[in-house]
Design a protein around this ligand. Structure first.
Ligand code: HEM
Length: 122
């Protein structure tokens, strides 16, 4: 029988992360790109590095959240606010791949709710 799960996995990979062409950037270099003293302003979402130095001035959510996460990872925060298609429209901001760049905040665990229980059961 055909294994659709791996096919789905690779489709998601293609749409969200066709990033093999991007250079690998060491975490220390990413963390140094904090937008201060003339350096570039980079943020990391799902181990992809985005250069938001110029974009931050036209970001609909303002400069502040991007400056706050400068040189850091903010994947779950990004996902809480934006739709799944948002990054598709901003591929030109991608400058590299990285790993080991920490997120400064732990993701809060979802609190119990009858709705959550219902969605897990059915
Ligand atoms: C490459 C990085 C980012 C891109 C391309 C981006 C793009 C956008 C876009 C297009 C919108 C308009 C709404 C939408 O289309 O989803 C938006 C809104 C917003 N973004 Fe971002 N964003 C980025 C990173 C972030 C980060 C890291 C944060 C904070 C953790 C953030 C916080 C917000 C907020 C607060 C809004 C306003 C939401 C509202 O008014 O309802 N963004 N962003």
């Amino acid at each position: 029988m055909e294994d659709n799960s791996s096919k789905l996995g690779s489709m998601q990979h293609e749409t969200a992360q066709a990033t093999d062409h991007l250079p690998h950037i060491p975490a220390s270099q990413v963390q140094a790109a904090d937008g201060k003293n003339g350096s570039r302003l980079w943020i990391v979402i799902d181990d992809i590095v985005y250069d938001v130095t110029e974009f931050c001035r036209r970001h609909p959510g303002g400069e502040m959240p991007l400056r706050h996460f400068a040189g850091q990872s903010c994947s779950w925060q990004f996902r809480q606010i934006h739709g799944p298609q948002t990054l598709e429209r901003y591929r030109e901001l991608q400058v590299g791949r990285t790993d080991g760049v920490p997120n400064p905040y732990e993701k809060p665990k979802p609190k119990f709710s009858p709705r959550l229980l219902w969605s897990r059961l059915f």
